[in-house]
Write a protein that binds this ligand. Structure first.
Ligand code: DQA
Length: 144
């Protein structure tokens, strides 16, 4: 069982970016904890962050055939990237969309995700725990 944990734009700034909303942990700290959690569950994980839509799409494409599930925080691309939505849909790899913040109770533009309809689930508002819950949903869905 191999998961890809994919992070979109500005998530490389976690820790210093609006800590009152996104928390004080860096992305690296969260990903290290998540990797250890997944290893305990017998799952392998790859981690990738990019600020560029095309790089995220390329990584989704290159996951076809070697990744069983994707935990995806698309950042602001969640709200308007039909290209990322098409990539997830075309790859046919089960995906769970995650957000640290409560996207349904912030600015109105954040309440809509164009990625959600092609995902198995959406997890938000749990801070860094959203990644762990998202991974758990994928593992139980994949039977791991
Ligand atoms: C986010 C929510 C998005 O609206 C925002 O653009 C982000 C982070 C979150 O994890 O809460 O970059 O995806």
């Amino acid at each position: 069982m191999k998961l890809l944990v994919l992070n979109g734009p500005n998530l490389n700034l976690l820790g210093r970016r609006k800590p009152e909303i996104y928390g004080r942990k860096t992305l690296d700290e969260i990903m290290v904890e998540l990797g250890a959690y997944l290893a305990e569950k017998g799952a392998e994980a790859e981690f990738f962050q990019s600020n560029h839509e095309g790089e995220l799409i390329d990584r989704i494409h290159s996951s076809i055939g070697n990744i069983d599930g994707i935990v995806f925080n698309p950042g602001a691309f969640s709200h308007y990237s039909y290209a990322l939505r098409d990539a997830i849909e075309s790859a046919e790899i089960p995906c769970v969309e995650v957000h640290l913040s409560d996207i349904h109770n912030r600015e109105s533009f954040r309440a809509v995700s164009v990625i959600e309809p092609v995902c198995a689930a959406q997890v938000s508002a749990l801070g860094d725990r959203s990644y762990f819950v998202g991974a758990d949903i994928l593992l139980s869905r994949l039977g791991g």
